[in-house]
Ligand binder design. Structure first.
Ligand SMILES: Nc1ncnc2c1ncn2[C@@H]1O[C@H](COP(=O)(O)OP(=O)(O)OP(=O)(O)O)[C@@H](O)[C@H]1O
Length: 283
């Protein structure tokens, strides 16, 4: 992707996406998320995208950043991520010590949308640096340089939060959560999910899409019966892609929606039964 520049130093896997002239990434709205996001952006309020894995949060933000013509800086947060990874640090270059901005600092300076994906995973000191950015101050503290920087007028902070993943030990503090406008996401309604799967995979066989999505949705219900991870819209899109690449629907469903999520023999059997009922025998 030539509109993406990967920065490997400072923080792993943060990605800057410049708004390309091409069409916005395909995104089908589920409810009023586009209106809420636009209103929040108009007032530069920080936003929290809440919802389970693979339900469209990242795609939504890519779409919104593109339509608002803002660059998008994405940081996949992880348990070793510290505030210095976000803000920046002094690095030794030859005999010199030079300051290198982290992805959050770059976004604050350039007026980008900064997406901290699963910030709850990061070290708690990261929430300290985002607090002054989320209120009227719109400032980023650079402790190591003993100063604050003012956010660019167009800067916006967005975090994601998966309510299913939190534990008593690992959760955002209420005082952090209430600094954000929350937008709820879930797996889309069936008709919308069919259109997403068809749109993403390019599959024109409506009957097949209908059966595949119906099967995925039944499999999703097994989350209530011990499946750790629900069958996501992403997994359904993968299955449709595999079918497009020549696999039989059953084999594609197994590869995209069974193997990655469970090894439990009883659950595998239950999933296989669902896919056989909807998609026929494996070829
Ligand atoms: N409303 C939608 N419109 C278009 N595509 C969608 C939509 N929802 C989901 N998808 C498809 O599902 C895939 C996964 O969505 P996405 O990566 O946005 O999920 P996510 O909620 O950010 O997941 P995670 O929490 O795991 O990061 C997308 O790449 C896209 O193919």
């Amino acid at each position: 992707m030539d509109n993406q520049v990967k920065h490997q130093r400072g923080v792993e896997r943060d990605v800057i996406q410049q708004p390309a002239a091409a069409a916005a990434p395909f995104y089908l709205p589920q409810a009023d998320e586009v209106e809420i996001f636009r209103a929040a952006y108009a007032r530069r309020l920080p936003v929290m995208l809440k919802g389970p894995t693979g339900c469209g949060k990242t795609r939504f933000l890519e779409h919104m950043a593109h339509s608002l013509r803002r660059p998008l800086v994405t940081v996949a947060c992880h348990e070793d991520l510290t505030s210095s990874d976000l803000v920046g640090r002094f690095l030794l270059q030859g005999d010199e010590t030079v300051w290198q901005d982290g992805p959050l600092t770059r976004a604050v300076k350039e007026g980008a949308v900064c997406y901290l994906d699963e910030i709850v995973e990061a070290r708690t000191d990261t929430t300290v640096v985002i607090h002054p950015l989320t209120d009227h101050r719109r400032q980023l503290p650079l402790d190591k340089k003993s100063r604050f920087i003012e956010a660019h007028d167009d800067f916006m902070l967005v975090i994601s939060y998966n309510p299913g993943y939190q534990t008593a030990l690992k959760d955002l503090k209420p005082s952090t959560k209430q600094r954000f406008v929350g937008i709820n996401f879930d797996y889309p309604a069936e008709e919308i999910e069919r259109r997403i799967v068809a749109g993403e995979s390019g599959c024109r066989d409506e009957a097949l899409i209908e059966r595949l999505v119906a099967a995925g949705r039944r499999a999703r219900a097994l989350k209530e019966h011990g499946l750790e991870e629900a069958t996501s819209t992403r997994a359904l899109c993968y299955a449709a892609e595999l079918i497009g690449a020549g696999l039989s629907p059953r084999v594609a469903a197994r590869a995209a929606m069974v193997a990655p999520i469970t090894d439990d023999p009883a659950l595998v059997e239950a999933l296989e039964e669902i896919f056989e009922a909807h998609l026929g025998a494996a070829a």
